[in-house]
Each structure stands twice: as C-alpha cells, then as structure tokens.
Ligand binder design. Structure first.
Ligand code: AMP
Ligand code: ZN
Length: 229
C-alpha cells in the first residue's frame, strides 16, 4: 500500500513512450493514468467549451494555455480515484504548471517522482508519424512496430484507426520545438530537487517497463500486480 500520496510525472519528448508506459504502470502500481492530451481529446470529441478552446492549439502543435490546462487538471484530481495519487502523462509541460503542481501537492501531502524517458529526435519522429489510434477505445497502434491484425481496424473492438492531426509530420516538428522550448526546462527543475530519474527510452517497451518498475521499487513504490503488455 502507498502511504503518502504518490504523483508520478513522465517527462520526455512527444513520442518517447510516456503514454504507453503510463498505461502499463497504472495497473501495475494501482494509480490512475491522467493524460492531459487524452482529457483534451475527450473534450474535443464531446464538443465541450473546453474542447473547442483547446482544439486550435492542439491542431497547431502548440500548448493549450496554462490556466485552461490547470483548471482541467484540478477538476480531474478532485475525482475519488485520485485519492492515493496519480500517474501524469503530458503534465506538467511548463514551468508555470510545475509550480502550480507543487502547490497542489503541498496541500495534499504528496510526493512526486519525475521519470524522464530519453529518446532521440529521429526515433520519436518515426514513432509519432506511424502512430494510429482507435476512435472507439483509444487503443494505440504503430504501423511498423505494433500493427493491428487488419490494417486500419482496432483488434479490441473493430473501431476505425486514425492518425491524430498533430501526429502528421508537419506538426511533429513544431511539437518537438515546443517541447525543447517550454517543457525541457522541467528536467532541470526536477533534477535540482533530486526528484529526476532518467531512463533510456530507446529500448523496446517491455524493457523500458522493467527499468521503470525497478526505479519505482527503489523509491518505495511497490507493484500491486504483474505487468501485462
Ligand atoms: P499529448 O497527447 O500529450 O501529446 O498532447 C497532445 C496536445 O495536447 C499537445 O500537443 C498540447 O497541444 C495539448 N496538451 C497536452 N497536455 C498539455 C499540457 N500539460 N499543457 C498544455 N497543453 C497540453
Ligand atoms: Zn478500439
């Protein structure tokens, strides 16, 4: 059991495997996966006011303004499943967000661990542009590394697979630029606090998971079940 609230933060460029690893770890360590990108996409598909506001930033590969993102994250953290902590994926992404998160954690008696997935630009570009997502269940595939049994169709529920607009090559360059400019300073922030662990993210997903689990155990975060890939 986790005593203090535990907040795991994934750092790393888009396509470094944050979503893949966070999805596996949520079951293994028993904390919910809170992915701000997924929350925005859900709002867009539901045509909410928040979704309408976020869409133009997301389509351009820009960050959604901090006040909008922080409001959404605060709401999500109020849900009962977040009582023991969460695994963040895609949050925090700016220094303003990280400061706001620290304030939130101070109120909640939470500990944070930042896991940085280290992957080269060439590799992330290859991963992102080959990524396909199920319209129904959000399952993620890759045309080269993890293809569905039938091209364009989800193995789980037969849903249509699509390429996110922001996964198209012309937008990926801008997302990487935004990452280096706005998010990479967070690596220094967490390093300075002694909370950063870098993991080689170039390896196959199951090897990365094994490394992450070792790091979590070293920090007193024990698995509640075996990983399944
Ligand atoms: P992701 O699925 O994490 O790659 O996020 C997709 C897009 O959602 C990003 O390119 C941003 O436009 C937006 N987004 C996700 N998380 C954040 C965040 N923490 N702050 C601002 N924008 C975000
Ligand atoms: Zn599906």
């Amino acid at each position: 059991m986790l005593t203090k609230q535990t907040y795991i933060v994934f750092l790393g460029p888009p396509g470094s495997g944050k979503g893949t690893q966070a999805r596996i770890l949520q079951k293994v360590v028993g904390l919910p996966h809170v992915a701000t990108g997924d929350l925005f996409r859900h709002n867009i598909s539901q045509q909410t006011e928040l979704g309408r506001l976020a869409k133009r930033y997301i389509d351009a590969g820009e960050l959604v303004p901090d006040d909008v993102t922080l409001g959404m994250v605060r709401d999500r953290l109020q849900q009962p499943d977040c009582a023991a902590g969460v695994i963040f994926d895609g949050f925090p992404r700016t220094l303003e967000q990280v400061v706001a998160l620290d304030e939130l954690l101070a109120d909640r008696n939470g500990v944070v661990l930042a896991l940085m997935l280290d992957v080269s630009d060439a590799e992330v570009t290859r991963r992102i542009t080959g990524r396909r997502v199920c319209r129904n269940c959000g399952a993620v595939y890759h045309i080269e590394f993890n293809p569905p049994k039938q091209a364009g169709i989800c193995d789980v529920d037969g849903g249509e697979l699509y390429q996110r607009d922001d996964d198209k090559p012309e937008t990926v360059r801008n997302r990487l630029y935004v990452y280096y400019k706005q998010t990479s300073p967070l690596i220094g922030y967490y390093f300075a606090k002694g909370l950063l662990v870098k993991v080689d993210g170039d390896a196959p997903p199951d090897r990365v998971t094994a490394r992450l689990l070792k790091v979590l155990e070293e920090h007193g975060i024990k698995p509640v079940m075996e990983p399944s890939y």
